[in-house]
Design a protein. Sequence first.
Length: 154
Amino acid sequence: MNVRVPRLPIILVALLAMSRVAAFAADGGTCPAGYTSLFNTNTVGCTFCAVDDPATCNVACVGSPAATCPPGTDLATCCAECPCCAECPSSSSLGCNVNRCECDPSDCCFTTCPTRTPAPALGAPNTRAFVLTAAALALGGVLLVNRRRWQRRS
């Protein structure tokens, strides 16, 4: 039994996925060649880029300040007032872990931020990619079933 798998739906899905990744990378959030990068710096989700040469670019960075809930304080109350305290569930979020960096001279570094939100995962049912994938797979299935029927009739 020789079964041919329709390649067009697979190729379409792969191209669509690659275009989403390429669009996000081209839209910000990455540093050019010759630069060192540090993600989640100066603004949540942004990338700090500095010339990768310590002799010409002096970089100074500090992490987010560490906070802890005072002893004897109710954890729920403490986390409501200060969600970034080490004991709180949201302490590991991007918003609680923003680095601060600057450089000297100031023209040897910059901060780049994505200008749009990255696309949801390919399998998310509310995306065009999911609908396109589902339609392509359904079409491929229909063609495969019809081909088998035509082969049986012959």
